[in-house]
Design a protein around this ligand. Structure first.
Ligand code: NAP
Length: 244
């Protein structure tokens, strides 16, 4: 398998951390990005301890300047980035009637606009290399909708539209763009849900368990590989069957 430089947003914990570890074990150099540098450093140490190559980059997706600076630093330290995993995401849940404008803006800015700006940062190098893999982490609710999450759902559905458009724009350069729609994955993001909500969700999952970050990471690793070279514009469900 060929070795590349992979940039993973939100790599300090949860799904992003698992993606970074998995890509590193596939032999790629990984750049870990998020706001909390100390947490990134500890994941990078984990990777280095197993013989992998990891770099860290403090980046806030709500700031275009911060995104630009992070990619510039990453490319100079780790070389041209040819795998991008747009994983970082936030929720600010609430019913639409009372949703604050700032909660709408924060979620769209981080999850959708931030991902687009990251893609813009890696496109030139991928075009030059005539090889690229972009994987956008959407969500099951981006396909199904979900009451109380209009901002989050709009951002995740937006990522699916972005994926399909860019797959068509970039295909001739041998750059694939795919989305993954995880179901309920055991991370900090879902830890805040009540036991009652969790049990209700579990009842609707045919595989009868919540997903692990590693379940999503395995799909990311595949879509980033040479084996997935003829897959683009697709939406891969990693949801235990909860939405089909
Ligand atoms: P998580 O545990 O809450 O981790 C989120 C990551 O994003 C952290 O590394 C966080 O680091 C980073 N992040 C948040 N805001 C950021 C910002 N402004 N700039 C840069 N980085 C930022 O989330 P997760 O559950 O692993 O979810 C990862 C992705 O999967 C998200 O896009 C989420 O929407 C999606 N997803 C999750 C589930 C699930 O059930 N867990 C289901 C479907 C989809 P810092 O706070 O240090 O910045």
């Amino acid at each position: 398998m060929s070795s590349h430089t992979a940039f993973v947003t939100g790599a300090s914990r949860g799904i992003g951390r698992a993606c970074a570890i998995s890509l590193a074990s596939a032999g790629h150099r990984v750049v870990l990005a998020a706001r909390d540098l100390a947490k990134l450093e500890s994941v990078a140490e984990e990777i280095r301890a197993t013989g992998g190559t990891a770099f860290v980059s403090a980046m806030d997706l709500s700031s275009e300047d911060s995104i630009r600076a992070a990619f510039k630093q990453a490319a100079s330290e780790a070389g041209p980035i040819t795998i991008l995993v747009n994983n970082a995401g936030i929720t600010r849940d609430g019913l639409s009637m009372r949703m604050k404008r700032e909660d709408w803006d924060a979620v769209l800015q981080t999850n959708l606009t931030g991902s687009f700006l990251c893609i813009q940062q890696v496109m030139p190098a991928m075009m030059k290399e005539r090889w690229g893999r972009i994987v956008n982490i959407s969500s099951v609710v981006g396909e199904s909708g979900n009451p109380g999450q209009a901002n989050y759902v709009a951002s995740k559905a937006g990522l699916i539209g972005l994926t399909k458009s860019l797959a068509q724009e970039l295909g001739s350069r041998n750059i694939t763009v795919n989305a993954i729609t995880p179901g309920f994955i055991d991370t900090d993001m879902t830890a805040v849900l009540s036991e009652e909500v969790k049990q209700r969700m579990l009842a609707g999952i045919p595989l009868k368990r919540f997903g692990k970050p590693e379940d999503v990471a395995a799909a990311v690793r595949f879509l980033a590989s040479d084996d997935a070279g003829y897959i683009t514009g697709s939406v891969l469900r990693v949801n235990g069957g909860m939405y089909l």
